[in-house]
Design a protein around this ligand. Structure first.
Ligand SMILES: Cc1cc2nc3c(=O)[nH]c(=O)nc-3n(C[C@H](O)[C@H](O)[C@H](O)COP(=O)(O)OP(=O)(O)OC[C@H]3O[C@@H](n4cnc5c(N)ncnc54)[C@H](O)[C@@H]3O)c2cc1C
Length: 435
């Protein structure tokens, strides 16, 4: 995997690409055009922003270096989980409780956005509700029970259900866990088909989408009413507003934003299909499941009865050696009974984490917006980011600006040193997972 080769890349060879249900190709930009808002990046953040803005009547151009959904958005585990990767206490450091409550509500609302968009635009993306957060250790059980209590008393959310070891059979046929917390409102989906469905909706609403159109330079105006100029290999866009939705690949356009995030590799496999009864017995609720370790496993079954298994989160940019077998070995620790299944697809991608794991939204200039740092929790938060940036551009910035209250640290060490420093940190966290 490379963080530099993004231009004109095909979708990676994944289960999602193999089951994609939309072959639309958007053109490459080959002329000089102008618009109200130019969105850079065709992942869930960029496409959601373009859709919201086009619905508001803005003239929108979206430029994607490769294909719509080419990066994290079209490769992820598909787990749509309430809230934010950091949890709520990070927000409480920077804002009064009344605002923390608003952010919590937005985290819940982010799930509603997905459900609404899927229904409104009839996006065929295997959306399924149900998420189980599995406890590996007694301390995880205690933490989950405490969080269930806090969610109910502090945030009024009483839909979590703690399930002990004796109830695990509802979710999983495995001896690996001690129990877990079930959330009926979270769930999972086919992220590439979802991303492509949102793109179709954005185009239908009037946004102009371009693939194979990497932005190679951005000349920003610092004036509130100035025009920005974005160049690609064969064209250019003049825009009154710019939205940067480049995730781990932002480095070329904004080193300042790149310093706030760390690209982290994570990997997924799918097995060959099982027969339907076997799959149903393996994970009866068909929920998305994450375990509770820092270096976590995340998995679920697919509509065609495969195990989709993700994990091996790594701060090194190198994919694990013999990826399919390395991932399979992890899967067999939880499901030894799947030893007869072949791995059919193995792939990986980059998440962008912030130091605090809270998302990083803001402005680089008065009319240049960005949203990044979803920290492995972007399936839901990207849709929220798109709505908030569109609202802010339209003059309703209250919700967007709550996120601006957070302070995000630069990763230490610059480009060369931040990876080694984090590999060391990761080794420590891995060790902690065993304690
Ligand atoms: C393997 C994997 C598993 C994951 N699992 C989950 C999960 O189960 N649940 C969850 O919530 N999150 C998960 N995540 C994280 C989630 O996928 C991301 O947070 C989310 O997709 C980020 O969306 P995005 O649109 O911001 O970025 P991306 O999807 O990465 O899109 C950024 C786009 O910008 C384009 N781009 C960048 N620079 C330029 C440029 N100069 N010009 C034009 N285009 C440019 C890129 O080509 C890319 O398509 C996972 C991530 C990975 C990699």
């Amino acid at each position: 995997m490379s963080l530099t080769q993004i231009a004109q890349q095909p979708h990676v060879d994944s289960y999602y690409a193999a089951t994609v249900n939309d072959a639309t190709r958007y053109p490459s930009l080959t002329e000089d055009i102008a618009c109200d808002v130019c969105v850079v990046g065709g992942g869930l953040t960029g496409v959601s922003t373009a859709l919201n803005l086009a619905e508001k009547g803005y003239k929108v151009v979206l430029l994607e270096a490769a294909r719509i959904g080419w990066a994290a958005s079209g490769r992820n585990g598909g787990q749509m989980i309430y809230g934010f990767a950091s949890g709520m206490d990070e927000f409480a450091k920077y804002m009064p409780e009344v605002d923390v409550q608003k952010v919590w509500q937005m985290g819940q609302y982010s799930l509603d956005i997905i459900k609404r968009r899927v229904a409104q635009h009839q996006i065929d993306c295997d959306l399924k509700t149900g998420y189980f957060h599995a406890a590996n250790k007694p301390r995880h059980v205690a933490e989950q029970k405490a969080w269930q209590e806090e969610a109910a008393t502090r945030f009024g959310y009483d839909r979590f259900e703690y399930v002990g070891k004796d109830g695990l059979g509802r979710f999983i046929q495995s001896e690996a866990y001690l129990g877990g917390l079930y959330d009926p409102d979270s769930g999972h989906l086919h992220p590439l088909n979802y991303n492509l469905g949102l793109a179709r909706a954005a185009a239908a609403a009037g946004a102009r989408l371009f693939e194979d159109s990497e932005v190679t330079s951005l000349e920003m105006s610092n004036q509130a009413d100035g025009q920005h100029l974005l160049k690609t290999a064969q064209g250019s866009v003049k825009a009154n507003f710019v939205v940067l939705a480049c995730n781990a690949y932002i480095g070329k356009l904004s080193p300042a934003l790149a310093r706030k995030i760390m690209p982290v590799g994570t990997y997924v496999i799918t097995t060959e299909p099982m027969n339907a009864e076997r799959c149903q017995a393996l994970m009866p609720a068909r929920a998305a499941i994450c375990d509770s370790r820092f270096v976590l496993d995340y998995f679920r079954t697919t509509v065609d009865n495969r195990m989709l298994w993700g994990g091996k989160v790594s701060y090194s940019k190198m994919a694990p050696r013999d990826l399919p077998n390395a991932m399979r070995a992890d899967m067999l620790k939880v499901f030894p009974q799947l030893a007869d299944l072949k791995v059919e697809h193995a792939w990986g991608g980059f998440c962008d984490i912030t130091m605090s794991r809270a998302p990083h939204f803001g402005r680089l200039a008065p009319t240049v917006y960005f949203a990044q740092g979803f920290s492995g929790h972007g399936v839901n938060v990207t849709g929220l980011a798109g709505e908030l940036m569109a609202d802010a551009i339209a003059g309703q910035a209250e919700r967007f600006d709550l996120f601006g209250k957070l302070k995000h640290q630069d990763f230490p060490g610059g480009d060369l040193l931040r990876t080694p420093a984090l590999v060391l940190a990761m080794a420590w966290f891995r060790l902690k997972d065993y304690l």
